[in-house]
Design a protein around this ligand. Structure first.
Ligand code: R5P
Length: 290
């Protein structure tokens, strides 16, 4: 059966590659705001009895999560056989603990919402830190694919004599795998606030003439990478990240701090995208659709 593919809320390069590889039918729908800001949504494709795939990078989700839920609910009401979510970047994973009394565990609320409306979800390297598996908060089947082999391949193809730096203990899980045979170091980080981090360096560290590659899962405010860049800028380092959130002027700030190159995966569309996630996402998608 030909699946129906939604690239939501708007077309993306990754979405169009996934649709093509799946030989899926492009969904037709109409979405527009009413004058008061509420959403008008009309699904034009006939979805009755069909397998539906929605590719939606859950970046800045507050702007449009409600529209995604309206879509999933509408598809269910119109008789879709299955509704899968491909969310290469999975948001609301970092509030994975109540750090201060009164905080809301938004990771849990968000996962309950998605679990209610979707039949399965595929994502790429979600921020699993205090949770060890998505099963701890998601009640639907989920598949996590790991981008490390692609990042590793990018380094092999583009960087001579690399030395990898992971800015904090959380990055160790990616950096160790991406590094393979190359040398690396994992630093210590203390986060004082969303935009204030402090990095501790080992007493002796000699990079010689190596090409430094800073590796992290997410670049958000950019502060983590900026603190590292300030120490190593004379080596003209490269910043490599899975999920390019680039809040505010983070991208420009990294350039200004001496990043020679900033390379990211296309989990979130951005001019720095150089690593295509299509080959990782297709096998699990085909499995869910079979
Ligand atoms: C932290 O826990 C993550 O692994 C990243 O290091 C973090 O999200 C980066 O955030 P920022 O760019 O705001 O320092």
């Amino acid at each position: 059966m030909t699946p129906i593919f939604f690239d939501f809320p708007q077309p993306t390069i990754l979405g169009s590659r996934l649709k093509q590889k799946l030989q899926a039918q492009a969904a037709e729908f109409l979405i527009k705001p009413f004058p008061d800001g509420e959403t008008y949504l009309r699904i034009l494709s006939n979805v009755k009895g069909k397998n539906i795939v929605i590719h939606a990078t859950l970046f800045q989700p507050n702007d449009w999560i409600l529209n995604l839920i309206f879509l999933a609910d509408g598809l269910r009401a119109q008789g879709a056989k299955s509704i899968g979510l491909v969310a290469p970047y999975l948001s609301y994973m970092r509030q994975d603990k109540i750090f201060h009394p009164g905080e809301v565990l938004t990771s849990k609320t968000f996962s309950s919402l998605l679990s209610h409306y979707f039949d399965y979800m595929i994502t790429v390297d979600p921020h699993l830190h205090r949770y060890h598996s998505l099963d701890e908060i998601y009640t639907i089947p989920t598949t996590v694919v790991q981008a490390a082999p692609l990042l590793s391949q990018w380094i092999q193809d583009h960087v001579s004599d690399p030395f990898l730096i992971g800015p904090d203990q959380e990055s160790a899980q990616w950096v160790e795998e991406i590094a393979g045979v190359y040398p690396y170091v994992i630093l210590e980080k203390v986060r004082h606030s969303g935009t204030h981090v402090e990095i501790t360096w080992p007493e002796t560290l000699n990079f010689q003439e190596k090409t430094i590659v800073l590796v992290d899962d997410i670049i958000s405010s950019g502060e983590t990478m900026i603190q590292v860049l300030r120490k190593v800028k004379k080596n003209a380092p490269i910043c490599l990240a899975l999920h390019p959130l680039f809040a505010g002027k983070a991208y420009q700030k990294l350039r200004a701090e001496g990043a020679r190159q900033i390379v990211t995966c296309n989990s979130i569309p951005h001019p720095s995208n150089q690593i295509d996630l299509t080959p990782l996402l297709i096998p699990p998608l085909k499995k869910y659709l079979s």
